[in-house]
Design a protein around this ligand. Structure first.
Ligand SMILES: Nc1ncnc2c1ncn2[C@@H]1O[C@H](COP(=O)(O)OP(=O)(O)O)[C@@H](O)[C@H]1O
Ligand SMILES: [Mg+2]
Length: 256
């Protein structure tokens, strides 16, 4: 039996660790936002140029139907830029405490793909989705989004020389829901595989990597009682697989 003061200390330590982890997660997210700047500038600039062109046309336009049409296109372009700002501000905020929500995995993957496209260049990258319909797990939706953004960003960064294919797969089996993120990128040398989940381990130049991505990914997956595995071949590519056990007690409530 631990004495009162020891168990009190231990409790403080656990609380401290959990706070530290939350802060690390947020710090990594904010550090990552820096690399979004170029992607966001590009994605906002396109609709802005379109709006400018349409607005200039409107000066000389006499045909009412054409004015209407162009006004509609302007509204759509503004909506697109607003959506980009909304996605990013939502992503940048602190994760909510909703740890036991039913999360639709395929939708979260799509959302993560959108956010990752601001962080990394998808030039020459084909995206293949192989989704099991209705894939869902229980967890924190914000944290799960963060997991997917990290894995997708890593995959795309691994293919920054010469492009490749990003494949996102979800599989429902009787005991788990699996998510696979596969890339045909540079791969990870076997001697580094044991280090990639360590905090601050990175092979990327400053500004591109913090080395906190996979550390946070693993912490979140562990918290959800999931298992993360990685298979990689240098010059061939990498597959990260997340297996989330389906909770037997929730079986039958059939994730609406
Ligand atoms: N899909 C991948 N392909 C190749 N290397 C990867 C991949 N994912 C992760 N890595 C390696 O693991 C390291 C750690 O990843 P991570 O924790 O996300 O940090 P960061 O991306 O900031 O470097 C990366 O620097 C890279 O060397
Ligand atoms: Mg990373």
């Amino acid at each position: 039996m631990l004495s009162g003061s020891v168990s009190h200390l231990l409790w403080d330590l656990i609380q401290h660790e959990s706070r530290l982890h939350t802060e690390l997660l947020h710090a990594e997210k904010l550090a990552g936002i820096g690399s979004f700047a170029a992607g966001i500038a590009h994605d906002i600039n396109n609709p802005l140029q379109l709006i400018l062109g349409l607005a200039e046309n409107l000066f000389d336009e006499q045909d009412f139907a054409a004015v209407r049409q162009q006004a509609e296109e302007i509204v759509e372009a503004v909506k697109r830029t607003t959506a980009i700002c909304r996605d990013l501000t939502q992503y940048a905020r602190r994760s909510s405490a909703r740890d036991d929500t039913v999360v639709r995995v395929n939708g979260r993957l799509d959302e993560a793909l959108k956010i990752a496209s601001y962080a990394a260049s998808f030039h020459d990258i084909a995206v293949v989705k192989q989704y099991a319909s209705g894939a869902a797990i229980r967890g924190n939706p914000d944290e799960l989004l963060h997991v997917f953004v990290n894995l997708i960003t890593n995959a795309v960064q691994a293919m920054d020389q010469g492009g490749g294919t990003l494949t996102m797969t979800t599989v429902i089996s009787h005991s788990s829901v699996d998510v696979r993120i596969h890339d045909t990128g540079c791969g990870i040398p076997p001697e580094l595989l044991s280090q990639i989940f360590q905090p601050f381990f990175t092979t990327k130049p400053p500004g591109k990597g913090t080395g906190l991505g996979l550390y946070n990914v693993k912490s979140i997956v562990d918290k959800m009682h999931g298992v993360i595995t990685v298979e990689s071949q240098v010059d061939n590519g990498t597959t990260f697989t997340l297996a989330f056990p389906t909770n037997s007690s929730s079986e039958g409530d059939g994730f609406p």
